[in-house]
Design a protein around this ligand. Structure first.
Ligand code: Z2T
Length: 889
């Protein structure tokens, strides 16, 4: 890269007034300029997609200005930064979110109107950025929004790293990588699209970059080499020996891309009500500049070039399994690729302004989003010891101060284990480092707990067994100063079950930060009419940055005027959803029916099957009822949406069953509007934005003790949807929030008739419909196996499926086997009775629209604690030790 040209200071001030204006006519000019110069279309003729592109580019220009200012400010202040490392990130669409956070949505809407376009219509042109699987990935996105809004010097990395540190003031005007950043991977293929053919689910690739991505900035000069394979040799050093990793050596001929280049793509993330705009830096793999002369010299030029291109496969596709770890080489490569590039970036920046690594922990915090990026631990050790020549103990001391780890699961099958063979061939030096860490740690452990070999082997980072492997969670726990859970009960389970041995050893390390979601996306962007209504009744928009203010709605929960407006907003949202359903599936639904929604990844523990069996029961009841009684049925539209991991046969069968049942019910004239079942084929973030505001009731019905947190429930709650739920993960805390305080006597009494835990036969004052076995009851119930009592209705509906009532008899057999005869691990049979009772309670409540509306308002009013702003503040203060650093306006 040649020398940089700097603009003289006087000239620079002369140019200063070029900051972009955001009145409608300036916006119009900018949009049309982009139509002509960026999109290269005539300003007199362009279609909606081209208009969207031009619009997005004009927004991007404004983002970049704020981004520069933020970078400069952070450089000047040099605060401690948090680098958030995440392999996944579910951003969804960016346009509406950006203009709302920039505070110029209305100006844009006006500007477009005069040009003959509608803002919403153009916003629909944008595709979803789906670089993640589910809750974990969307959580990262929500947390970035909060980090930006609350002025934290952070970088999310989706493989996110936030960060910072800067180089020199002379480069003041150069926007360069030296500012804050979150890191992630720029997968070329996001999460697969799901299509349904004849009721069966299929995956299709999501080539999301096909139509360009205006939200990213390719930084061709920010690249780092990433190396794999090779051997570790001893080298003489200062009279002693030390280890050197010679990547590629043994494999050069076998593996033409033992070295690849990581190229940075920066995505500015604007905060709301602040100029702060932080960075999500995603890495893409490119062939290395280091030309492998050997293969070129063999004369096969074409093949040599084609082979080089294979380097790009590293960042090409997101692994679509949301919680099973397969031990695939490509996945391990992705993890190291991400970790290596991010750490080179962080360390280079640190060294630009600091000469001593002892300052590192004061300037840098690294957050491991689950174990996926935990190779970072070994990589930091390797860089500090092998490359920076710190001695082992000093490096270890630094490592122990910078890492924190958040676990997102309790499922044992989701705990990553990397086969030693794989690690040895791909990253031989890292394997040695992990062994060395383990050796020291086990020696220390023996001093603490004695020679309890069972316990020592459980706690070891290395698992001996048929396949020797590295337990990534153990590595992360041993090397992090804090291990966070994502809800209170999840943390209890980590402490008492999953990581019990570790908790007993280091109780101080364990903590939790209950998840939250951002109200900017989940109310302001996705439900503008509710947003306006809330602001009107609270007399302020301040709740958009301070969710606790929503509690102010409690006083108005019985106000008849508010009720009327509230119902109107909800109805309009339902109409929008009904239109979508009809356009997507051809099914016409009535907006006066109760919209009952379950949207989340398909998983046995999430029990979509329980929902479907409940729907079959409802259908069966309607069929068997006297015609005259049908008028008493509360009409329902049941909506189920979610993706099944490609290798997850049972999840695929559940989707098929849902479609088969839908086919039958939706075409049965006996049923009509009393019951409809809709399956949403390609559920994603933008679909969620549409569905959540239109839901009356949402289901969060995992077997108690399995959902680490659950964040969907929080989005529904904020939007005034009532929950039908088990006491699991975050719902336990939701119950506490919306069930307590400000409850008038009269209301408690009237509420008690529709919110009850039927299984226990006793009423509770909750504002949710709760059911099911409690977490502590689950193990004993499982013990009972085939002797566990199961209600007759359950046997009946399963029999209907078995007997081929919905067709595909053979195909569904294994599904039925999974829930009967002692195989019912997730306790569908046991919970069925109380599930139906909770459903009946919901029906009863829905008929009393006054009561329902009040419960709805109180749900929104009680949702303040579930803002990711609260989560992030807790992380900042308690785990990362960082402070806000606000860019002056
Ligand atoms: C995921 O989305 C979650 C946990 C995982 O464990 C993996 C994935 Cl892809 C490895 C979810 C949890 O299931 C959910 O309860 C939680 O709310 C969410 O992470 C965010 O913490």
């Amino acid at each position: 890269r040649g020398g940089e040209t700097r603009v003289g200071v006087e000239r620079m001030f002369g140019l200063m007034d070029r900051f972009l204006k955001s009145d409608p006519s300036s916006l119009q000019k900018d949009i049309l300029d982009h139509v002509e110069y960026t999109v290269a279309r005539s300003r007199f003729s362009f279609d909606d997609f081209e208009a969207y592109q031009a619009l997005a580019h004009s927004v991007r220009d404004r983002l970049i200005e704020r981004w520069h200012d933020t970078q400069l400010h952070f450089k000047k202040k040099d605060p401690k930064r948090i680098y958030f490392l995440s392999m996944e990130f579910l951003m969804g669409r960016s346009l509406s979110n950006s203009v709302i956070n920039l505070g110029i949505r209305d100006q844009y809407a006006d500007a477009l109107k005069e040009l003959g376009f509608e803002f919403e219509v153009l916003a629909e042109q944008e595709g979803d950025a789906a670089l993640g699987n589910g809750g974990l990935a969307r959580l990262s996105a929500c947390q970035m929004d909060s980090l930006a809004t609350m002025d934290y010097p952070a970088w999310g990395c989706i493989a996110m790293i936030f960060a910072l540190l800067i180089s020199n003031l002379l480069r003041l005007c150069e926007w360069d990588s030296s500012t804050d950043t979150c890191y992630g991977l720029r997968y070329q293929y996001g999460l697969f699209r799901q299509v349904i053919l004849d009721g069966y689910q299929h995956e299709q690739p999501d080539y999301w970059l096909n139509f360009g991505n205006p939200w990213e900035i390719e930084r061709v000069h920010v690249t780092y080499p990433v190396k794999f394979y090779g051997t570790v040799e001893d080298e003489n050093f200062n009279g002693g020996k030390r280890k050197v990793w010679l990547p590629g050596e043994t494999h050069k001929s076998l593996v033409p891309f033992w070295q690849v280049e990581a190229v940075a793509y920066d995505n500015p993330i604007p905060g709301h009500g602040t100029r702060n705009t932080i960075t999500l830096r995603l890495w893409a793999a490119k062939p290395s500049d280091q030309i492998d002369m050997e293969s070129y010299n063999t004369g096969d030029y074409i093949n040599a070039v084609v082979n080089r291109q294979r380097a790009e496969t590293i960042s090409s596709v997101l692994y679509p399994d949301d919680r099973s770890y397969q031990g695939k080489e490509l996945r391990l490569k992705q993890q190291y690729f991400f970790v290596s590039a991010s750490l080179q970036d962080i360390i280079r920046r640190f060294k630009d302004s600091h000469s001593n690594f002892d300052d590192f922990p004061a300037k840098v915090a690294l957050q491991l989003n689950d174990t996926h990026p935990s190779l970072a631990i070994a990589e930091v050790m390797r860089v500090l010891v092998d490359e920076e020549h710190l001695d082992w103990n000093r490096a270890w001391d630094i490592v122990c101060k910078i890492f924190s780890f958040t676990s997102h699961t309790v499922l044992p099958e989701a705990l990553e284990k990397v086969p030693v063979d794989l690690l040895e061939s791909l990253l031989p030096r890292h394997l040695q480092i992990i062994y060395d860490i383990n050796f020291d740690y086990i020696e220390e452990l023996k001093k603490r707990i004695g020679l309890d070999y069972d316990r020592l082997s459980r706690m070891s980072i290395v698992e001996d067994g048929a396949i020797k492997s590295i337990r990534m969670a153990n590595l992360a726990i041993v090397c992090s100063h804090t291990v966070n859970g994502v809800s209170r009960v999840h943390s209890e389970l980590l402490k008492t079950r999953v990581f019990k041995d570790f908790y007993e050893l280091w109780p101080h390390k364990f903590d939790y930060k209950t998840n939250g979601v951002t109200q900017r996306r989940w109310i302001v962007v996705s439900n503008p009419s509710l947003s306006a209504l809330i602001s009107k009744w609270l007399g302020t928009e301040a709740w958009i940055r301070d969710m606790d203010l929503l509690a102010g709605l409690q006083d108005q929960a019985a106000n008849a005027d508010l009720h009327e407006e509230w119902r109107m907003v909800r109805k309009v949202n339902k109409m929008r959803l009904a239109e979508y359903i009809e356009a997507m599936s051809g099914i016409k639904v009535s907006v006066s029916a109760m919209f009952d929604v379950q949207i989340k990844r398909m998983h046995e523990y999430k029990r979509q099957l329980l929902n479907i069996l409940g729907i079959i029961h409802r259908y069966d009841c309607i069929k068997n009822m006297e015609k005259s009684d049908r008028t008493k049925v509360v009409p329902r539209v049941c909506i189920i949406g979610g993706k099944a991991a490609p290798g997850y046969e049972l999840a695929k069968k559940i989707i098929k069953l849902c479609n088969a049942v839908a086919e039958k019910i939706n075409n049965d004239p006996d049923v009509g509007d009393l019951l409809k079942l809709v399956f949403i084929p390609d559920y994603n973030v933008s679909v969620a934005e549409l569905v959540i505001p239109g839901a009356d009731l949402s289901q969060h019905i995992s077997t108690a003790g399995h959902e680490a947190s659950g964040t969907g429930s929080m989005k529904f709650l904020m939007n005034g949807c009532l929950l039908l739920a088990t006491e699991d993960g975050s719902t336990v805390e939701i119950i506490e929030e919306i069930g307590k305080d400000n409850m008038e006597e009269e209301w408690i009494r009237s509420a008690s008739s529709n919110c009850f835990t039927a299984a226990a036969g006793k009423f509770v004052d909750s504002r949710m419909f709760l059911f099911g076995a409690k977490m502590h009851e689950v193990p004993a119930l499982r013990e009972k196996g085939p002797t566990l009592k199961v209600p007759l209705q359950f046997a009946r509906v399963v029999r209907m499926v078995r007997d081929g009532y919905f067709g595909f008899q053979d195909y569904f057999e294994s599904l039925c086997d999974k829930v009967e005869g002692g195989n019912d691990f997730y306790l569908l049979g046991h919970d069925f009775q109380s599930y139906l009772e909770a459903q009946a309670a919901a029906d009863k409540a829905f008929v009393d629209q006054e009561k329902w509306t009040r419960m709805s308002i109180l749900s929104t009013a009680g949702s303040g604690r579930f803002s990711s702003d609260r989560t992030i503040e807790e992380y900042a203060e308690k785990t990362w030790g960082i402070e806000p650093c606000r860019c002056p306006f």
